[in-house]
Design a protein around this ligand. Structure first.
Ligand code: HEM
Length: 333
């Protein structure tokens, strides 16, 4: 097996079409605005600058990573599934670089000059195989579909059945899913975020992205909107930096492309810092909050040099597009 090599099992297109179908009911359709089925609650949309280092190791000057390159960017911080910041959850960091020249694999509804990176505050994803993802989808999505769509006895029954089946039949999977979404946080600016899934970095090199927040640590959230409050309180005082880089695959078996439950760094892969993401001192505005709802982030909104790899990313290409179309349709009506 080569570095960066993908394995596509027969029947993948049908499997992904089924995932799209089962994810659609998780989009929130109650109220005026369609909301994301996952990561619906945002803490803020922050303006930033992405500054590539002047000196890069040999072979790493690929795509957007050109020595000294600078990009304006937007960063959306979110909860994975919870509305109350005191609860254990995963936190998301979605980065959109602006005015990036070059064709994108799949422009995400913007001006075609954007490059997205989507990260969470945990190094691994929780499903190892396509079958495991299908099981998670089957049993856990009825629980997610309860939010934002009204509750009926039939929906409650489906959600309870799903929770029981997941625990009974897929113990490892439900343990990993609980760890993935099982942390308390006091500020998103001090967290370390990971792509969990791999991406190309030029030809034949696979990497995972990692962003290390250098903001102050804060005690865990003590009220439902504490993360938003902390974000804007800190950015109102001073700039905050994230160190951005890649964890590099050096062994295709120890650092698999198709199984995102494996933590590459724990299995000997090195982290290489390539850029600083600086969030200048700033304040929130109603416009930023509105854009956080309507923007689209998509792993495939990307230069070919950073092509997403692995089943989960291939599935996200279809799921995110379909979900975003649905929520935008709702918002227009
Ligand atoms: C097949 C697996 C996955 C599915 C089905 C899925 C599904 C979704 C959906 C439906 C959305 C909302 C999209 C929209 O309406 O625009 C979303 C957003 C998001 N997902 Fe995933 N996801 C998957 C894997 C992952 C992975 C591996 C990560 C790890 C980084 C991740 C992190 C995020 C984040 C941070 C957001 C919020 C992006 C934003 O701020 O707009 N997801 N996901």
């Amino acid at each position: 097996m080569r570095l960066g090599e993908e394995r596509i099992e027969p029947g993948e297109a049908e499997a992904i079409a089924a995932l799209v179908k089962s994810n659609l009911p998780t989009v929130w359709t109650e109220g005026e605005t369609g909301k994301r089925g996952q990561h619906a609650k945002h803490h803020g949309l922050v303006e930033g600058e992405f500054l590539v280092h002047e000196h890069l190791p040999e072979g790493f000057a690929q795509g957007i990573f050109q020595p000294g390159a600078r990009y304006a960017c937007l960063v959306r911080f979110s909860n994975g599934s919870r509305g109350d910041d005191r609860e254990a959850d995963a936190r998301g960091m979605a980065i959109k670089l602006l005015e990036v020249p070059g064709d994108k694999l799949m422009p995400g509804g913007g001006d075609g000059r954007e490059q997205d990176f989507i990260l969470v505050d945990f190094p691994t994803y929780f499903t190892a195989t396509r079958d495991q993802y299908a099981a998670f989808n089957r049993y856990a999505l009825p629980v997610l579909a309860l939010r934002g769509n009204g509750v009926s006895p039939a929906r409650l029954l489906r959600a309870a059945w799903g929770a029981v089946m997941l625990l009974a039949r897929h113990r490892d999977l439900s343990r990993r899913a609980r760890r993935f979404a099982g942390r308390h946080a006091g500020s998103v600016l001090g967290l370390t975020f990971h792509s969990t899934t791999p991406y190309l970095l030029g030809d034949g090199r696979a990497v995972k992205y990692k962003a290390i927040g250098r903001g102050p640590d804060r005690p865990p959230a003590d009220h439902p909107g504490a993360l938003r409050e902390a974000l804007w309180a800190e950015l109102g005082k001073e700039p905050v930096r994230f160190d951005f880089g890649v964890v590099v695959q050096t062994d295709p078996l120890a650092h698999p492309v198709e199984d995102p439950t494996v933590e590459w760094e724990a299995a000997g892969a090195d982290f290489v810092e390539l850029a600083a993401l600086v969030l200048p001192q700033q304040e929130n505005t109603p416009d930023k909050d509105a854009r956080a709802e309507t923007l689209n982030f998509l792993p495939w909104n990307s230069l070919a040099e950073h092509r997403p790899l692995g089943f989960i990313n291939r599935a996200r290409r279809e799921v995110y597009r379909a979900m975003s179309r649905l929520r935008h349709r709702k918002t227009r009506t």
